[in-house]
Design a protein around this ligand. Structure first.
Ligand code: R5P
Length: 228
């Protein structure tokens, strides 16, 4: 019987959620399982409040009866559980394959802890095989894309059918094919220096722990410097 490795990792992460916590809900097919499990625990009496990183996750949480709170009502979160497209052993991440990177970064950076949940295919030695999603404003996007190209990548504007893809914030995503990224912090700084770039999918120094589900049914945990 094949193991659902995403579910395995996600459900392990939910064990870290305690009564009274304010929780950030990630986005994607792995975070989906964490939200599902949280819904189960809420039905069993767990008392939490949550914010979501995408419309899809918000809808799922609402359906499951997870109490959602407005950002104006809280000033921080205790724990965020979210997926990743790639992660390395230093807990540097590429996120945004599902287009939610900006909201995900705002929520993760407002959290005391962030647990990344992933299957083993996401764990890499060097980030960059997965094209780096960069959220850009539609205004003068051609100029922004040209500047991205100058950083040494092949940017590809994400499409949704015959239209350009729009994020939940109304922006475009440029998927930037860099190949192996020599220094994620240096690249992050370069990206932040481009006007027109809203944010990018490099998460550096944000995750506190990664829980990686494996096909043999085991789980690998990588702990960062900010421990749980
Ligand atoms: O924008 C999407 C998010 O960054 C996801 O967390 C990421 O793409 C991983 O998604 P999945 O768990 O579906 O592979």
């Amino acid at each position: 019987m094949s193991v659902n490795v995403k579910q395995l990792a996600a459900e392990k992460a939910v064990e870290y959620v305690q009564d009274g916590m304010k929780v950030g809900l990630g986005t994607g097919s792995t975070a989906y399982w964490a939200i599902r499990k949280l819904g189960e625990r809420v039905r069993e009496g767990l008392n939490i409040t949550a914010v979501a990183t995408s419309q899809a996750s918000e809808d799922q949480a609402r359906e499951l009866g997870i109490p959602l709170v407005a950002f104006g009502e809280i000033d921080h979160l205790d724990l965020t559980i979210d997926g990743a497209d790639e992660l390395d052993s230093r807990l540097q991440l590429i996120k945004g394959g599902g287009g939610a990177l900006l909201r995900e970064k705002i929520v993760a950076m407002g959290s005391t802890r962030m647990i990344v949940v992933a299957d083993e295919s996401k764990a890499v030695n060097t980030l960059g095989k997965f094209p780096l999603p960069v959220e850009i404003v539609p205004f003068a996007w051609e100029w922004t894309v040209a500047k991205l190209e100058k950083l040494g990548c092949r940017p590809e504007l994400r499409r949704s059918g015959d239209k350009l893809y729009r994020t939940d914030n109304g922006n475009y995503i440029a998927d930037c094919h860099f190949g192996a990224i020599a220094s994620a912090p240096v690249l992050a700084e370069q990206l932040q220096g481009i006007s027109g770039v809203v944010d990018h999918g490099l998460f550096i120094g944000i995750a506190s722990m990664a829980i990686i589900g494996k096909q043999d049914g085991s789980i690998e945990i990588i702990e960062g410097e900010t421990d749980l």
